[in-house]
Design a protein around this ligand. Structure first.
Ligand SMILES: Cc1ncc(COP(=O)(O)O)c(C=O)c1O
Length: 375
């Protein structure tokens, strides 16, 4: 049996090695390491894939969120509503820009922002909402967009974990990340569309916002050496763009492979009272960046250790929710009660899922999980 890993990038690479090696050598040969041709090509290809007007490549998914928020001209103390049950980048960027993160609870089934909690958290200082499509499952965007419209708020979709996912709204299929005013993503190597280093992108259909975000990402300049606003330096390396151009062609097949793994797990764990398998809302396609179980009355640390003894990795995403992190201890808004977030934080466990998993590995993992749970 192949060794089991949370993500197996090596076997994935070997399937596209020839194409990737050639593309990388071409970049090196061209020496156009910054803003070489593949960067714009990738932006164009991704915008066609997503069906969105503007794709602005940048250095990583954290920068993508930062650039999006910098382009909104927010003032210190303005409030941005976001789930606490997410990777830290989502909330960290809000604080980094001296804005106030307002943490709201998530839905226990989708693990994504609860629209009722969102509406309750809106104040006169609220300026933006950042829903996160956690683990590859979309947040309920129809409800979130309706609330945003009613209160005149900007929506930035954090699509780092759901690139390629479909969202179905009124019988129309769109890609996640293209429904809010701005979408952001990460191409961290383990993501569904992963580069060979750090990389990210921002999407929008809004010309003015696109123009501003391009400027922000490029030191605040439109014309070289004339700096209109304070920006930052956030570029997608040509080498990463060359890799992403190749991998984008495989994204749908990568997503299918992840969904096949999820189907296997779902079937193996069906009807077990101690395991809740991931929910799949009818309004979206789950792209399974993670396959995350909710355990009922199971010693999670014990399961994690037992799997480890059999060389099966498992992870807790995330062991401490944002509002309980020390970095936010001085925020009044962090002193909130988020019962669903806390409940999930104690019970979730993510199993290996990637594009290269085979039935032998899956049989072994599910057998071992059930062996521990049913004993
Ligand atoms: C939900 C979410 N937001 C933002 C990020 C930040 O992306 P990056 O690591 O590329 O900065 C990540 C990924 O790591 C993420 O999972």
């Amino acid at each position: 049996m192949h060794p089991i890993q949370m993500v197996d990038l090596k076997r994935q690479y070997h399937k596209i090695k020839k194409e990737v090696d050639e593309a990388l050598l071409n970049v090196i040969e061209s020496t156009a390491f910054i803003n070489g041709k593949p960067v714009q090509e990738f932006a164009n290809n991704l915008s066609a894939y997503l069906g969105i007007k503007h794709v602005i490549p940048c250095a990583n998914g954290t920068d993508a969120l930062q650039i999006a928020m910098m382009a909104l001209d927010l003032k210190p103390g303005d409030e941005v509503i976001t789930p606490s049950f997410t990777f830290i980048a989502t909330t960290e960027v809000i604080a980094f820009l001296r804005l106030t993160p307002v943490f709201v609870d998530v839905d226990p089934k989708t693990f994504c922002m609860d629209p009722l909690a969102l509406e309750k958290a809106i104040t006169s200082k609220t300026k933006a909402i950042v829903p996160v499509h956690l683990y590859g499952h979309s947040a309920p965007l129809d409800e979130i967009m309706a609330i945003a419209k009613k209160h005149n708020l900007v929506v930035i979709e954090d699509n780092a974990q759901a690139i390629g996912g479909d969202y179905i709204s009124k019988n129309e299929k769109k890609k996640t990340g293209t429904i809010g005013h701005i979408g952001t993503t990460s191409f961290f190597p383990s993501k569904n569309l992963g580069a060979y280093g750090d990389a990210g992108a921002i999407f929008t259909n809004d010309d003015a916002l696109a123009d501003k975000m391009k400027m922000v990402a490029n030191h605040g300049q439109r014309k070289r050496y004339y700096y209109e606003i304070v920006g930052c330096n956030s570029r997608l390396d040509t080498i990463q763009a060359a890799v992403l151009n190749i991998k984008l062609k495989h994204l749908d097949e990568y997503i299918k492979a992840r969904q096949t793994v999820a189907d296997f797990y779902d079937k193996a764990f069906a009807n077990n009272p101690k395991i809740t398998t991931p929910y799949r809302a009818s309004y979206c396609s789950h792209v399974f960046h993670q396959y995350t179980l909710v355990l009922n009355d199971v010693n999670r640390d014990g399961l994690n250790a037992f799997l480890g003894e059999h060389n099966i990795p498992s992870m807790i995403y995330y062991p401490v929710p944002g509002h309980q992190q020390q970095m936010f201890a001085h925020y009044e808004t962090a002193k909130v009660s988020l019962p669903v977030t806390d409940w999930l934080t104690e019970r979730v466990i993510s199993l290996p899922i990637h594009t290269e998993m085979d039935n032998e590995q899956l049989n072994f993992i599910t057998t071992k999980v059930l062996e521990y749970i049913n004993r």
